[in-house]
Design a protein around this ligand. Structure first.
Ligand code: GLN
Ligand code: ZN
Length: 760
């Protein structure tokens, strides 16, 4: 029998039950017993669902109360020493303190899980980090699954990936030196799992899809030889990219099976079928674990039939990766367009697709003829649907000339034109866009959505907020003002809701970290902007003041990156479509007299590919899409962009190629360190390095701001330096915002006076 297995299932629950449990527990509304009971019920529901759908090897250990990389750290008994916790006796409260921090220690650092939008807690390695097997929590879950009559397959994060994902703390050392003692613990864990009745254990080594240094690659063979001595059968899982270049190495490993991501890298199958060892399982990850589209079952079946002819029952079926990255259940979406809904599959529906593929393989195509016809129909309807294809968009893209994304003149000429009308003082001050999203704003929006407030009433409430924001900024003496983004619930959703080709789900949540979930919109068709999206708000703000008001848009790369993207068109093309739609808005703003326009790209870096070989291509199309969104604007129109992170060193040329007149970036937390990169590279345009951290309510002192600005002045010429906070202020309260901005403006005035003296 061909086996269906799952690398992992979403843990949050179809109704975000896990989030409710976590947050109620943190607020002490429920006790530990209730939390653990709720979590156990959620796991059981998910396992029974899988069992009902024909999953033959159900994952155990994919469920985490906060994060699966934190669970892996508990499992190997290696928690950061600074907390003083013992993994073997770790309480639930302590577990959450690791993830969320406590009065004495900040939380473990969080960073993105490969190129997904999930964030994991980074292990902290020290030269004297010691490991000890702590299998009890995993064994308990294993028994739960077995009690339901499931054949369970524990999922472990592989030793090399776990070491790789951690950061060295304290005295520098090679974290690979921890491998021998770590392997000893994995051997103990595997022995325990085997003793508890497991046949198969999945070991995830997603780092295989990265550019690995030779010594890390070389460590695979000895490591897996050491693990092979245990009685458990090992399924080594790769995902998120091709591992074809390691095909020989992986075929030779003493593991019992290998999982391949055949959605991200379909072409790698051939490299593994050739000479695949006769005693090993090959798990074909053919259902997309990271996107929402139904699989073309007939096409997959064709591919799988060939593989099955060679492998027989050693061919297994699976999603490409854990379904952690997929929303849970499409059945809940009652408001979605009915045709669009037929094109989609969330986690639960993906299980069904696996089952159908298996029947098609084992019993033959005739056994699933009706389902295959249904699938063909879906694919055909999607290909032909007028909802997807907007000839006007395609024609417009086809008409684009090669340098159609360039501004009229190079930056120095534009800067002169902008100075002439803007007449800004030296070191101009501004903010990044949003002002506090107060309870009143949220209440007005909720009332509007419920129909209790009509459109006019809602608009009036938003105008009042805008007026408040403009008055505060004038009182503070800021130079370039913003309207404050009161009307935006979310920087992607706000625009997506006004663009064609975008759809929004009610429950399409995906875990981002801990209890945080995101609900990415679905880009299903050609993107077009039917009517202006922001012009009236910007114009209203401008009508209240003689100072320039900056128009505020979310950039094409960010709109792409934070959505589920259609899989029938290259991402770069979808991005270009979004850029054109935004360009319409930019030109409308300009026509209406808004001549400073910021196009935010906080997700630019998130799109970086996992392998260096793909980097140049990504940077080229991403920067071109940004330029396209600003194309055709007058030299005197000042285009800003904003990015809120501080690792730019490797991508500075591409950032410069975006050719924004001004870029504002997050810098305060890195103590202006990254500015040296901007200085070394001689970044040609204007820069606003954030002079205070907006992530905390603490009001920065004038001294702190002055100190940072002086560091900035040491690398950026004064005539190209702006003064602003790190990011938007929507999560803050007005009192702290006003106090912080007042300090920022006061320092700027002092520095201006000093600059004037040195010039005189
Ligand atoms: N303009 C947005 C704001 O100020 C930018 C948000 C972001 O960078 N993530 O909220
Ligand atoms: Zn930001």
């Amino acid at each position: 029998m061909t086996t269906i297995h799952l690398p992992g299932f979403p843990r949050i629950g179809a109704k975000r039950e896990l989030k409710q449990l976590q947050e109620s527990y943190w607020k002490q509304e429920i006790d530990e017993a209730a939390l653990l009971k709720g979590a156990r019920e959620l796991r059981q529901r998910h396992w029974l669902l899988q069992k009902g759908a024909g999953v033959e090897l159900a994952p155990v250990g994919d469920f985490a109360l906060y994060d699966h990389v934190l669970d892996a750290q508990v499992l190997i008994g290696a928690l950061p020493g600074r907390f003083g916790f013992d993994a073997a006796t770790l309480t639930t409260a302590q577990y959450f303190e690791l993830g969320r921090g406590n009065a004495r220690q900040p939380a473990l650092e969080m960073t993105k899980w490969f190129d997904t939008n999930y964030h994991y807690l980074v292990p902290e390695w020290q030269a004297d980090t010691a490991f000890s097997a702590n299998p009890a929590p995993l064994l308990a879950q294993l028994r739960e699954a077995q009690a339901l009559g499931l054949k369970a397959k524990p999922v472990l994060l592989g030793p090399l990936t776990l070491l790789w994902l951690g950061k060295v703390k304290g005295t520098p050392f090679d974290r690979l030196s921890l491998l021998p003692s770590l392997l000893q613990v994995y051997r103990e864990l595997l022995a325990e799992l085997a003793a508890a009745g497991t046949e198969w254990v999945q070991i995830d080594e997603p780092i295989l899809a990265l550019d690995l240094p030779a010594n890390w690659l070389a460590a695979f063979a000895p490591s897996y030889h050491a693990l092979a001595e245990t009685p458990a059968k090992l399924l080594l899982a790769s995902y998120f990219g091709s591992v074809a270049e390691h095909a020989d190495r992986l075929k030779a490993l003493p593991v019992d099976g290998l999982h391949l991501d055949l959605v991200r890298a379909p072409e790698q199958l051939d490299a593994f079928l050739a000479g695949w060892p006769a005693d090993k399982v090959l798990s074909a990850g053919v259902i997309d674990g990271r996107n929402v589209w139904r699989t073309d079952l007939a096409a997959e079946l064709t591919r799988l039939e060939a593989a099955r002819a060679q492998l027989g029952e050693r061919l297994w079926l699976a999603p490409s990766c854990s379904l952690l990255h997929s929303p849970v259940d499409l059945a809940q979406e009652t408001a979605l367009d009915v045709e669009l809904k037929t094109w989609l599959a969330f986690a639960v529906q993906k299980l069904n697709e696996l089952k159908l593929l298996k029947r098609g393989l084992v019993d033959g195509r005739d056994a699933v003829a009706a389902e295959l016809a249904g699938s063909e129909h879906v694919q055909a309807s999607r290909r032909a649907s007028p909802r997807i294809h907007r000839p006007a968009v395609q024609a417009r893209l086809a008409r684009l000339v090669p340098d159609g994304d360039q501004r009229h003149s190079p930056y120095p000429e534009r800067a002169a034109a902008q100075r002439a009308w803007l007449q800004l003082p030296a070191l101009p001050t501004t903010t990044i866009g949003s002002f506090p999203q107060t309870a009143e704003i949220r209440a007005a929006r909720a009332a509007f959505k419920r129909g209790e407030l009509d459109a006019a009433g809602y608009a009036a409430a938003m105008q009042q907020e805008i007026e408040h924001a403009i008055r505060r900024q004038e009182d503070l003496g800021l130079d370039v003002l913003v309207h404050g983004e009161a009307e935006r619930n979310d920087m992607v959703e706000y625009f997506g809701e006004q663009l064609s080709g975008y759809a929004f789900t009610q429950f399409g949540w995906v875990q981002s970290y801990g209890s945080r979930c995101v609900k990415p919109p679905i880009i299903y068709g050609d993107v077009e902007r039917p009517t202006p999206m922001t012009v009236r708000w910007a114009l209203y703000a401008q009508s209240l003041t003689t100072r320039p008001v900056k128009g505020m848009l979310t950039g094409p790369v960010t709109m792409l990156q934070w959505s589920f993207v259609r899989n029938d068109l290259a991402r770069s093309e979808v991005c270009r479509q979004i850029a054109l739609a935004l360009n319409d808005e930019v030109l409308d703003l300009e026509n209406a007299g808004i001549r400073v326009i910021q196009i935010d790209e906080p997700a630019y870096r998130e799109g970086l590919p996992l392998k260096k070989a793909a980097l140049a291509d990504y940077l080229a199309w991403a920067s071109a899409a940004f330029r396209l969104s600003a194309a055709g604007t007058d030299d005197a129109t000042q285009i800003h962009t904003h990015m809120c992170y501080s690792e730019f060193n490797d991508i500075l040329p591409a950032i410069a190629a975006m050719d924004a007149d001004v870029i504002t970036i997050e810098t305060s937390r890195s103590d202006m360190e990254l500015l040296s990169a901007f200085g070394d590279f001689a970044y040609p345009n204007e820069i606003g390095p954030g002079v205070y951290d907006i992530h905390s309510p603490r009001v920065p002192t004038e001294e702190e701001i002055e100190n940072l600005l002086e560091k900035a002045l040491a690398v950026i010429p004064a005539e190209r330096l702006w003064v602003n906070p790190d990011c938007g202020l929507k999560t803050r309260g007005w009192p702290e915002v006003e106090a912080a901005l007042a300090n920022m403006v006061a320092v700027t005035h002092r520095l201006r006076a000093r600059l004037a003296e040195t010039v005189a």
